[in-house]
Design a binder for this molecule. Structure first.
Ligand code: C2O
Ligand code: CU
Length: 508
């Protein structure tokens, strides 16, 4: 009698085992391959994309070849570490601020209790004001925020060492430690600051504030107000207040309201009671902004819109709706401007205002990059999900955009991911050339935060005039923490910092 069963069983087991390995093996490999190391330099991330430009002796290649320059190695050709890219060290500060960060339960300006983060006991943090050209110095002290903090100056093209990105331009500032930021406020406009350590938690939790750079003495409006919009526990606030914020403005006077959208999605804004002009976007004046009526404005996540109105001569108030029925009400005697429904039409910045010189020729770029966003099922750091891709690649295997100082750069941002993404490039302002192939014909539309709706594509251009290693990411911060992040890297610049590591740097 031939006993087949043991052998047959073994064969079956082997066949089953081989089949299991065949199915699970690649999955295990994909899972394992997706695990992020405990510490890594963003310079080692992904693959170099030279955008058709020369493959110069960048820090990236030096690092890859040398393999040991992660700690600020200055071998031949290794170039400058980001920490050397600072504002004039000998120049005294014109504006000096100390900010103490805490994790604590506190009351918002509205009176509502909130458990989150404060700067000098409040959230939003204090409005920092400077005049154009002044040197701003901010001493940041972490009294009690676990995991460390930083401050990033959103929209200010600071020297790279002052950019406040944990793991890229500095280490997160742990409890009991401090860090001093110094930069020249070279451009007048509306900006904001926020933590760039675990930013998806810390920004939501209130580690943020507005920064206003005034054009200079006598050049501003009589009425000039900040309207920083933030959701605390899902409650919409303007400057931490719920309901309407009242701003005094005399009949006939010009008033500027500096809207800051700190939220994750585009925010509609519209005006009742007077026409408005969109006088600045992302800290850059619009050229020839005509009065607008019957159109809402879309303020990108992370973006700013300076809205100017001339108050009606009869003294009636003006309402600026920010994302809903409430917002800022400008008035003198009365503030009872009734809310109006949002207009169906939206102001298109592609055609708004009148053209002006760009100061460079985007028609002859030195580099051309693609930033094509998609989405697919995969593992991200061992977690299965439907994750964002950039040019088909998943974080951290994403492109590193290489440039040399002085390059004219064109970038095509395409969104094939099915969801909107507000794209934010650090350290630079880019001008929008076209959307979905339609050229921009209005005022130069300079952005640092560009809302790219699902299915849209934009062509932007900028001059690489600020050496460093710069993040270029989605400002819907949970998306960034899910890997919608790349970097722009200048030849000859290296960073000694690492994501993870002993400082627990976690920029997103
Ligand atoms: Cu407002 Cu990378 O940030
Ligand atoms: Cu996004």
């Amino acid at each position: 009698m031939v006993r087949l069963s043991p052998g047959g069983g073994r064969v079956r087991r082997i066949v089953a085992g081989v089949a299991t390995v065949a199915v699970l093996g690649p999955l295990v490999w994909l899972w394992q391959d997706s695990l992020l190391p405990e510490a890594y330099s963003v310079m080692d991330m992904g693959y170099a994309d030279h955008g058709g430009g020369p493959h110069g002796s960048s820090g990236h290649e030096t690092h890859a070849a040398g393999g040991a320059s992660a700690h600020g190695g200055h071998g031949p050709g290794a170039g400058r570490d980001v920490t050397q890219l600072i504002a004039d060290a000998g120049r005294p500060a014109d504006v000096s601020v100390t900010m103490v960060a805490r994790k604590q339960p506190f009351r918002l300006p509205s009176g509502r209790a909130f458990d989150g983060f404060t700067l000098n006991g409040q959230s939003p943090g204090p409005v920092i004001k400077a005049a154009k050209g002044q040197l701003v110095q901010v001493r940041l002290i972490n009294e009690s925020v676990p995991g460390g903090i930083t401050l990033h100056w959103h929209g200010v093209d600071v020297p790279n060492a002052e950019d406040g990105v944990a793991g890229v331009t500095q280490d997160a500032v742990g409890i009991g430690k401090e860090f001093t930021y110094r930069f020249v406020a070279a451009r007048a406009g509306t900006f904001w600051y926020h933590s760039h350590q675990m930013s998806h938690e810390q920004v939501r939790g209130g580690l943020l504030g507005a920064l206003v750079v005034e054009p200079g003495p006598g050049k501003g409006e009589v009425t000039d107000a900040v309207a920083l919009v933030h959701l605390y526990n899902g409650v919409r606030t303007v400057n931490g207040l719920e309901g309407d914020v009242h701003v005094e403005a005399e009949p006939g006077a010009r008033a500027r309201v500096r809207v800051v959208n700190t939220e994750y999605g585009v925010m509609p804004a519209w005006v009742a009671g007077a026409p408005y002009r969109l006088v600045a976007v992302d800290g850059t004046e619009v050229n020839g902004p005509a009065p607008v009526t019957g159109k809402a404005l879309g303020v990108a996540a992370g973006g700013r819109a300076d809205i100017e109105v001339t108050m009606p001569a009869n003294g009636s108030p003006v309402r600026i709706h920010l994302g809903g029925p409430t917002g800022v009400v400008l008035g003198s005697a009365s503030y009872d401007a009734a809310p109006v429904p949002r207009p169906a039409a939206t102001l298109d910045l592609l055609t708004y205002g009148t053209p002006a010189r760009l100061g460079f020729d985007p028609g002859r770029p030195d580099r051309r990059f693609e930033y094509d966003m998609g989405r697919r099922p995969a593992f991200l750091d061992g977690v299965p999900g439907l994750w964002w891709t950039i040019n088909g690649h998943l974080y951290p295997d994403v492109p590193m955009f290489h440039v040399a100082e002085g390059d004219v750069v064109r970038m095509r941002i395409a969104n094939n991911s099915g969801e909107p993404h507000p794209m934010h490039l650090h350290g630079h302002h880019a001008v929008v050339l076209s959307r979905d192939g339609v050229p921009a014909t209005g005022s130069p539309w300079w952005v640092d935060s560009l809302e790219v709706a699902a299915g849209e594509s934009y062509e932007i251009a900028f001059v690489a005039d600020n050496p460093g290693v710069w993040m270029d990411h989605c400002h819907n911060l949970p998306h960034a923490s899910q890997g919608l992040v790349t970097h722009l890297m200048y030849e000859g610049v290296t960073t000694r910092f690492t994501v993870g590591g002993s400082a627990d740097n976690e920029p997103e």
